[in-house]
Design a protein around this ligand. Structure first.
Ligand code: TXA
Ligand code: MG
Length: 322
């Protein structure tokens, strides 16, 4: 089992040294927990792929702490500066042209690199002690639900890593929005997240092309990690909207919002009735229900746009069977 570290200054110093010496560890961000290592150290990077069971053709996100650090690993176009000033630190990943210092191992041979500056204060404390960019895909085994609490990482990867830095429950709960600026005048949305395509288009004053909804999920992938099936619990999942299914023994129903009278096996995501809270709780509830031995989980789809798009996207991939 991994040791769960509380974020004291001495633990942060030790963990930074451990990462610098080629170790990998789970760390909190505001979206989901990441499996972190020195992005410029091939040994650390190969440990990340191995611990996740991630195919070598699926590239990693590199986390940076400043635009200076970013400029050492990627070319930053004007549109990147605009998005960074408006959305960083925060849940936005940009795909930029990489510099030579970033290896093909990190980018799976692509000429671009995915970069993000997280806002989580504990991430920032750690990154401030690390003189290198931090590669960190979500800290889940390949294909499974992403972790939003230290205990989720312990349950999923505790046997593979030595340390988990505890930053509490993640504030956003869904992975970052991904926008590609590899052609800076033609920005493309590659993954939905809590930052919407509309707000990116408004900031850039040009339309960001939504490649997620335009892409038939059975057609060739637009981003190596945009698999039809992903984020899936082991228990079969069925989606519904409108009136829920009949209550049956050994089947769970997970509603978006709290209802006045919920019986046995009925659960909800948001107490306050907001999609933000539903997004924050989704992965936690799916992982908890997945451990309760139900034969099936029914999950309510939101109908709203915005964060609703990101939630629907994750729910549909979680329910898909390859
Ligand atoms: O919120 C997040 O983004 C979290 C936290 C830990 O930062 N990280 C995360 O990483 O979700 P990961 O590896 O699970 O998802 C990154 C996605 C993958 O689908 C990967 O294929 C895609 O980004 N990606 C990475 N580099 C890329 C590139 N150069 N071009 C296109 N897609 C890329
Ligand atoms: Mg992931």
């Amino acid at each position: 089992m991994a040791q769960i570290l509380q974020p004291s200054p001495s633990h942060l110093n030790d963990l930074a040294d451990y990462l610098q010496s080629g170790g990998i560890a789970a760390i909190p961000t505001e979206t989901v927990y990441g499996l972190a290592g020195n992005a410029l150290d091939p040994t650390a990077v190969s440990k990340i792929y191995k611990a996740k069971g991630r195919p070598a053709e699926n590239p990693l996100i590199v986390h940076i702490k400043s635009l200076d650090q970013l400029s050492s690993i990627a070319d930053i176009p004007e549109s990147g500066i605009i998005l960074a000033s408006q959305f960083w630190p925060g849940p936005l990943t940009m795909i930029l042209r990489k510099k030579l210092i970033v290896s093909d191992q990190v980018t799976a041979g692509l000429k671009t690199v995915a970069v993000r500056m997280p806002s989580h204060p504990i991430y920032q404390e750690l990154a401030g002690r690390c003189p290198f960019p931090i590669a960190a895909p979500s800290a889940n085994p390949f294909g499974y639900v992403s972790p939003t609490k230290a205990k989720h990482v312990q349950q999923q990867l505790g046997g593979q890593i030595s340390y988990i830095l505890d930053g509490g429950p993640c504030e956003k709960g869904l992975e970052s929005t991904i926008v590609s600026l590899s052609n800076p005048n033609h920005p493309e949305l590659l993954r939905y997240g809590t930052i919407t395509a509309e707000s990116l288009s408004n900031a850039l004053k040009i339309q960001v092309i939504d490649k997620v909804s335009r892409t038939n999920r059975d057609s060739p992938m637009i981003s190596p990690g945009l698999l039809k099936q992903h984020y899936s619990p082991n228990t079969p999942l069925e989606l519904f909207s409108g009136t829920g299914p009949e209550i049956q023994p050994s089947v769970a129903i997970l509603y978006l919002y709290k209802k006045p009278s919920l019986s046995h096996n009925q659960y909800f995501l948001s107490e306050q009735g907001t999609l933000e809270e539903a997004a924050r709780k989704l992965y936690d509830r799916l992982q908890a229900l997945d451990r309760m031995g139900f034969k099936k989980i029914y999950l309510e789809l939101p109908l709203e746009r915005g964060i609703g798009d990101a939630l629907r996207d994750r729910m549909e991939r979680a329910a898909a069977r390859a």
